[in-house]
Design a protein. Structure first.
Length: 302
């Protein structure tokens, strides 16, 4: 018996080895090919994630770029897995409980600041100007990351600095996108009033106080302008000769998670609302918001 077992062993290993070899990819291109049917089926899930509600089969199939018959085959499997559910009355399809669990698990592992820091090198190379990341702290918008571009004018700001709400691009961004309604507005509104009272006491001596609000109407104009363009901007107001932008990044609940900041000398930084630095910053912030689960147009919670 023992001899039989020993003699059989090489044969068994040989068969196993052959099976492993037959499953191995023939080359790198084959290894990258993946499973096309999975990618095709995912378009149905992607279409449901983009939709504002449940979809009829014909509409879902059209959005995913396939026939209704083909879509139905995928949807049967997705229903069994819990990724998709179908309303028995309307027959419309929507994302199922398994899709919700996957989404929540992914969101729970996201670190917004970490993701933002990963984007900084590319954005730094694209803009050529100093970049920063700010979050809302106990006392207001607080700098938590800083990356200086080569050959830029030094800016006397440090990590941990709290930015003013009315005279910094960062502050204006947070004031505009946190302070519209709900609990955030209740925190921001008194801070704006206190800061405006201090600004009214300052002498108007030219360049150092350019772009500085003096009245509640001035503040409202700034906040409206910030919301209209989708980012905060200052020119000279915080630091003479320095301009900057701050773009909001929203989380899956529609709350302001952080601000992406670009700043530099007004001699080299294009401060037009539609200039290259503003466009690059806004594009990066919107992509980061999407990566955090934010849907454009979603209202923040009260």
């Amino acid at each position: 018996m023992s001899d039989t077992s020993v003699s059989d062993a090489p044969t068994h290993r040989g068969r196993r080895s052959a099976a492993v070899e037959s499953d191995a990819p023939e080359d790198a291109e084959h290894a990258r090919a993946g499973i096309q049917s999975v990618e095709v089926g995912f378009e149905l899930l992607n279409a449901l994630s983009r939709a504002t509600g449940a979809l009829m089969l014909r509409d879902l199939a059209a959005d995913a770029g396939m026939s209704a018959a083909k879509a139905h085959r995928y949807l049967v499997s997705f229903q069994r897995m819990g990724l998709v559910m179908q309303d028995p009355v309307s027959t419309r399809y929507d994302l199922g409980p398994a899709a919700l669990r996957l989404g929540l698990a992914s969101l729970s592992r996201i670190d917004a600041v970490k993701l933002a820091r990963e984007r900084v090198p590319g954005l730094l190379a694209e803009t050529g100007h100093t970049l920063a990341i700010a979050v809302w702290g106990n006392q207001g918008p607080t700098m938590v990351h800083w990356a200086e571009a080569p050959q830029t004018v030094p800016v006397t700001l440090r990590l941990g600095d709290v930015m003013p709400l009315l005279t910094s691009a960062t502050g204006r961004c947070f004031a505009a996108f946190m302070g519209e309604e709900g609990r955030d507005a209740q925190r921001v509104a008194p801070m704006i009033r206190d800061e405006l009272a201090r600004l009214r006491k300052l002498p108007d001596n030219g360049l150092a106080l350019m772009d500085v609000p003096r009245t509640p109407q001035d503040v409202q104009t700034i906040l409206d302008e910030t919301r209209q363009h989708g980012l905060g901007r200052v020119v000279h107001s915080l630091l003479p000769g320095v301009g900057g932008f701050c773009a909001p990044v929203f989380d899956a609940q529609g709350r302001l998670a952080l601000g992406l900041v670009v700043l530099g000398s007004v001699a080299t930084l294009e401060t037009d609302w539609h200039g290259a630095p503003a466009a690059a910053l806004l594009r990066s912030a919107r992509q980061l918001s999407a990566d955090l689960g934010h849907r454009a147009g979603a209202a923040p919670p009260a």
